[in-house]
Design a binder for this molecule. Structure first.
Ligand code: HEC
Length: 101
């Protein structure tokens, strides 16, 4: 059973590290593909993928609460130079997949 314990702690540590990370590194294409495969294609997904990892890694929708996203997107939209349509699309995308509570 020792092996199980080891596996469980490795998994927990990986989860913790991931949760505290500055976001998913866009250069890690395998990880990026895997992360984005979870989401249905939408205009917001495309905008997010194109525009939201230029300064920091991808801060994926499910790493933030739905109620926190509108404020964050308000701050990030000008940084990412989004049009109003792009901003609305990204907000719909991130809140759809956001952490519930
Ligand atoms: C021009 C650079 C830039 C772009 C483009 C950008 N961000 Fe940011 N973002 C920042 C900076 C600077 C911070 C604050 C420092 C930090 O947390 O790294 C930040 C912080 C964040 C945070 C953490 C703050 C919080 O309230 O939780 C999230 C989430 C985030 N950005 C999401 C996004 C999304 C989504 C996009 C695409 C619409 C985006 N960012 C595009 C620069 C940028």
């Amino acid at each position: 059973m020792q092996i199980m314990k080891t596996l469980v702690s490795v998994f927990l540590m990986a989860t913790l590290l991931w949760a505290c990370s500055p976001g998913l590194n866009p250069e890690n294409t395998a990880k990026v593909e895997e992360a984005f495969a979870k989401y249905e294609d939408s205009p917001g997904k495309t905008v997010f993928r194109d525009k939201c990892a230029k300064c920091h890694g991808y801060r994926l929708p499910e790493t933030r609460l739905a109620e926190k996203w509108p404020k964050t997107i308000d701050k990030m939209a000008p940084k990412a130079k989004l049009t109003d349509d792009q901003k609305a699309a990204v907000l719909a995308f991130v809140t759809k997949y956001a952490k519930a509570s």
